[in-house]
Design a protein around this ligand. Structure first.
Ligand code: SAM
Length: 217
């Protein structure tokens, strides 16, 4: 997702209390940022943020961080959050970061993250761009550098090619495939407690099956 450049987005992000800045200085100190030792779950490529905002509301004992690389997209999440606060929904367990997920190991210490969510990640269909896919072995290696030993990656997509590529990469990288389905919304066990993302709602309403995998190291 890349929205048209929105004038003022950069300043709004810099001024926002929901966004953590100078994130490399927070490495190893995320418990201080949140003020508690609850587990940290991150979403990489959160888009407009509905998924992670819903999770933060449902699970107050988990610390959530939404990561997005584009100002214009992150701004939408900030706006949504501001609207929710006006309606009285205050979330103390959720922050946002504007950054490229390639930098994850600079921002989190090994073991600081318990779960990584990847939802409807960009497919990068050209073979020469494979390493940009968020489920490529290069990204799995980065996730390994920040995840707790028991930590997992949960990935959803409607893109069959990307999903099959991801299953292969999990195997090649020596990770364990803990669960997977090619049709999440018709898989009672895996769909239990599922929170839909903006993309998931759009694609499933068009009749596309949603694929999901859970992988651990
Ligand atoms: N997760 C949302 C959903 O399911 O509705 C948005 C999906 S959108 C297709 C993918 C998002 O990932 C985009 O907003 C894009 O900017 C972001 N993204 C892609 N690569 C990224 C990276 N390397 N680091 C951070 N964000 C990234």
């Amino acid at each position: 997702m890349r929205l048209r450049n929105i004038p003022g987005a950069k300043d709004a992000i810099e001024d926002s209390k929901y966004v953590v800045h100078d994130v490399q200085e927070k490495k190893g100190k995320w418990a201080e940022v949140f003020g508690n030792h609850n587990p940290v779950h991150i979403e990489v490529g959160m888009g407009k943020g509905r998924f992670i905002m819903t999770l933060a509301e449902l699970y107050p004992d988990v610390n959530f961080i939404g990561i997005e690389m584009y100002d214009s997209v992150l701004l939408r999440a900030l706006q949504k959050r501001e609207e929710q606060e006006k309606e009285g929904k205050i979330l103390n367990n959720l922050f946002f970061i504007r950054m490229d997920a390639r930098e994850l190991p600079l921002v989190f210490e090994k073991g600081e993250v318990k779960k990584i969510y990847l939802n409807f990640s960009d497919p990068w269909p050209k073979e020469r761009h494979a390493k940009r896919r968020l489920t490529s072995r290069q990204f799995l290696e980065r996730y390994q550098q920040v995840l707790d030993a028991e930590g997992v990656v949960e990935f959803k997509t409607d893109n069959r090619e990307l999903f099959e590529f991801s299953l292969e990469e999990v195997k090649e990288a020596g990770w364990k495939l803990l669960a997977h389905t090619f049709d999440l919304h018709h898989d009672e066990a895996m769909n239990k407690g599922n929170v839909m993302t903006e993309y998931e709602e759009k694609f499933s309403s068009q009749g596309n099956p949603i694929h999901k995998l859970i992988a651990g190291q």
